[in-house]
Design a protein around this ligand. Structure first.
Ligand SMILES: [Fe+2]
Ligand SMILES: [Fe+2]
Length: 297
């Protein structure tokens, strides 16, 4: 990037500007992903496993719809220009994530239902969702909406703790990790492979890494400037964890083979502990954007 002495609008060294640029450079289109092989492979799933996959997709799709809608208050309240640039990419990406799940249901699930001689199902059907799942997203929406009434450091910390640390950082990242492993080519040779789903999830997980990194960076800033105590984050996330745990183990397992609930709970716990450490310990830093978005676990 060319240097200049004249005052400019954008601080190109700001971490959130780098997140914004990374999002632009990693652009992808959910309608470019080839879903033909998935349609074919779904014929190999027995009815219970097919139902399990639909439940997982309904939960992720509804989750993406909810976070896409609930992010707007933050876009209104953020004051740094570089943060505002970043949040436009997050709003756009959450919209693309919803679009991907909607397309998958229309083009893959409905086609597979036709092959089975079943009626078309709806991803919005209430039977997919537990009370805990609904409550978790209701609380997230409320925490975000509070910013419009009282934009205080504590309310910001609570909204990042709900949205970025818990819903994206624990629920979504753990669920996506499990679902990717379940249907990836090499993990379980006897389960059908869904390459289109895995490809979409891979892009989504990479985007989510950046979103979680942004939330962590904002929380670290609030703590380092002593505007909030780390206990606010611990308590907010701690209150939500039972709801997250009630939602996680039930999605992934289809039959005897595949990712186990314990494996997912361990993954979630380790990720959370590592992040809290990076936020609250002054000498630790938030991983850089390449590391946040890499999928090596
Ligand atoms: Fe998302
Ligand atoms: Fe996200």
């Amino acid at each position: 990037m060319a240097t200049t002495d004249a005052p400019m609008q954008i601080d190109t060294d700001a971490q959130t500007f780098r997140y914004y640029r990374h999002a632009v450079e990693k652009h992808w289109d959910p309608h470019d992903i080839d879903l033909d092989a998935d349609r074919e492979a779904l014929g190999e799933l027995d009815d219970a496993a097919f139902e399990g996959l639909k439940r997982a997709l309904a939960l992720f799709g509804a989750g993406e719809d909810a976070v896409a809608e609930d992010l707007a208050p933050l876009a209104v309240t953020l004051d740094d220009f570089e943060d505002q640039l970043f949040i436009t990419t997050q709003l756009y990406e959450e919209a693309k994530h919803s679009d991907f799940f909607d397309r998958y249901w229309r083009e893959v699930i409905h086609a597979a239902e036709d092959d089975r001689g079943q009626e078309h199902s709806s991803p919005a059907d209430e039977r997919w969702f537990s009370d805990e799942y609904d409550e978790l997203f209701e609380r997230n929406e409320a925490a975000m909406a509070t910013l419009l009434d009282a934009d205080t450091p504590e309310n910001r910390a609570k909204s990042y703790s709900h949205y970025h640390m818990t819903v994206e950082g624990i629920l979504a990242q753990t669920g996506y990790y499990g679902l990717t492993r379940q249907f990836d080519e090499d993990t379980y040779p006897d389960l059908p492979h869904l390459p289109g789903l895995v490809s979409g999830l891979t892009y989504i997980r990479s985007d989510e890494g950046r979103h979680v990194g942004f939330g962590m960076a904002k929380l670290k800033e609030l703590i380092q400037t002593e505007r909030v105590q780390p206990a606010v984050i611990e308590e907010t996330v701690g209150d939500l964890l039972p709801l997250v745990q009630a939602a996680i183990p039930s999605y992934e397992r289809a039959g005897d083979e595949g990712v186990t609930p314990t494996e997912l709970t361990d993954y979630a716990t380790n990720k959370h502990e590592q992040r809290m450490q990076q936020i609250t310990v002054a000498s630790e830093s938030i991983p850089d954007v390449e590391e946040l978005t890499s999928l090596a676990d």
